[in-house]
Design a protein around this ligand. Structure first.
Ligand code: GAL
Length: 437
């Protein structure tokens, strides 16, 4: 149950309350009056939401969540504290500084799994929200696999709002048709190479890459690793049960290097959404990207001309990238924050947000008819395919290994030096194993 006394003590010490003219002399007020004040306070004050959703597709999706919240709590002023940079490359660092300085926002975006647990829960930055899970019955309407990754020592710490599929391979239908390339229901790496040669002869980069936010290099490799090594070996690698100098990793690095021969020249200057735009505009053939790319497709009204398959070799697997929101220890507006989380877990908010974001709702009772053919395809994949966590998006590994994975992949994108890549990944895994021993 919600601890009223604890909330009031926290609240009484907040400057915002004093500013609002309601300096609370807790001892001087009767309990009935306290209750009234809580009710009144629920629809006032501010709510600072921290995320990295700023792209043309992400921003309207975030706004849909704000709208859902404001419909229920119209008196609250939302402070949108989004920090630009795909996959949180800048936001995560900014947030870390704030948390270390005891200046949390009221709620922040994070991926369930290792990112939530290792980076925020274990160091003590998050309050459990198990009571909201219980009150809202979320465990009954969300797949166990998701609830589990939001759980640490039997308590839940974040509410998933969208399930992204990380291993998307997006393409421009017109460009394919113009060049006589037929994309079937699945694509192998060999089939991609053949298509890439055709596009290259026509002077079109086959693979749109964008390294301004660095994560796409790591993502291209993890998708190719999954395609080459398969879901079992992929999982074993991130669990520390298979060595990073395994032949399958080497083969995946070779395949990635081969694909990198077909990228756009200006990749280091582009942000991920600009690479999606390049495909939409016909300046490149394919883009390997999680389905937040579909959010860009929706924002640009390009649904008719953009097709998708699983990243080459990965049909039958679903790379999980699950966005969720937390309740911080010491949230400036804990009541508003708790209401925010309650709204995020609702069917209505998830049905409004996910069509714009490209993700599917974590709730299994969402109305499928409200979603695009792409979303329905992803829902079927989620229900039937092997679920594997993304390292490029924090779910699969410690934050330290993820950083090393980014660094190694950023060098690899330009030098394509397989031996150095394998050595860097192996060293990072060894350090990680040592740190957790
Ligand atoms: C992911 C996040 C997505 C999307 C993407 C690009 O990490 O889960 O919601 O925003 O980054 O920024």
């Amino acid at each position: 149950m919600y601890d009223v006394k604890k909330a009031m003590t926290a609240r009484a010490s907040r400057r915002e309350i004093v500013k609002g003219g309601a300096a609370l002399g807790v001892g001087a007020l009767g309990l009935g009056r306290l209750d009234n004040r809580i009710a009144a306070a629920q629809d006032g004050g501010t709510l600072e939401v921290f995320s990295w959703w700023t792209s043309p597709g992400e921003a309207p999706a975030l706004q849909a969540l704000f709208d859902a919240y404001l419909a229920a709590h119209p008196g609250v002023e939302i402070i949108n504290a989004a920090v630009a940079g795909g996959a949180g490359v800048n936001a995560i660092a900014v947030l870390q500084t704030r948390l270390q300085g005891n200046q949390p926002p009221d709620s922040w975006q994070t991926h369930i799994g290792r990112e939530l647990i290792d980076q925020y829960v274990v160091p003590g930055y998050c309050e459990p929200i198990t009571d909201i899970y219980t009150a809202e019955g979320w465990a009954d309407v969300m797949p166990e696999a998701l609830v589990e990754q939001a759980t640490w020592e039997s308590e839940q710490y974040s509410i998933p709002v969208g399930v992204h599929r990380g291993n998307g391979f997006w393409y421009n239908r017109q460009v394919m048709a113009d060049n006589g390339i037929e994309v079937g229901d699945t694509m192998s790496i060999e089939e991609f190479m053949t298509a890439a040669d055709t596009l290259q002869s026509a002077g079109i980069p086959a693979l749109a890459l964008a390294m301004k936010d660095t994560f796409p290099g790591a993502q291209l490799f993890e998708n190719t690793l999954l395609g080459v090594a398969g879901a079992e070996t992929y999982n074993a690698l991130f669990r520390g049960e298979t060595s990073w100098d395994d032949q399958a990793v080497r083969d995946a690095a070779d395949a990635t290097a081969a694909m990198l021969d077909y990228v756009n020249e200006d990749f280091s200057a582009l942000s991920w959404d600009q690479a999606v735009a390049l495909v939409i505009e016909g300046g490149a053939g394919f883009n390997s990207m999680g389905d937040w790319a579909y959010g860009e497709v929706v924002a640009r009204n390009a649904q008719d001309n953009i097709g998708w398959v699983s990243h080459p070799g990965t049909a039958g697997s679903f790379v999980l990238v699950v966005d969720s929101f937390t309740l911080p220890v010491g949230a400036p507006n804990p009541e508003n924050a708790r209401n925010w989380l309650t709204v995020l877990g609702s069917k209505e908010a998830q049905e409004a947000f996910n069509p714009l974001k490209g993700s599917i709702p974590p709730r299994t009772d969402a109305n499928r008819e409200l979603f695009s053919p792409y979303h329905q395809w992803s829902m079927d994949s989620f229900a039937n395919d092997a679920l594997v966590p993304s390292c490029a998006h924090g779910q699969a590994s410690s934050p330290a290994f993820k950083q090393a994975f980014y660094d190694a992949s950023t060098s690899f994108v330009t030098d394509k030096d397989v031996d150095t890549y394998i050595a860097m990944l192996s060293d990072a895994a060894a350090m990680d194993a040592e740190a957790t021993a």
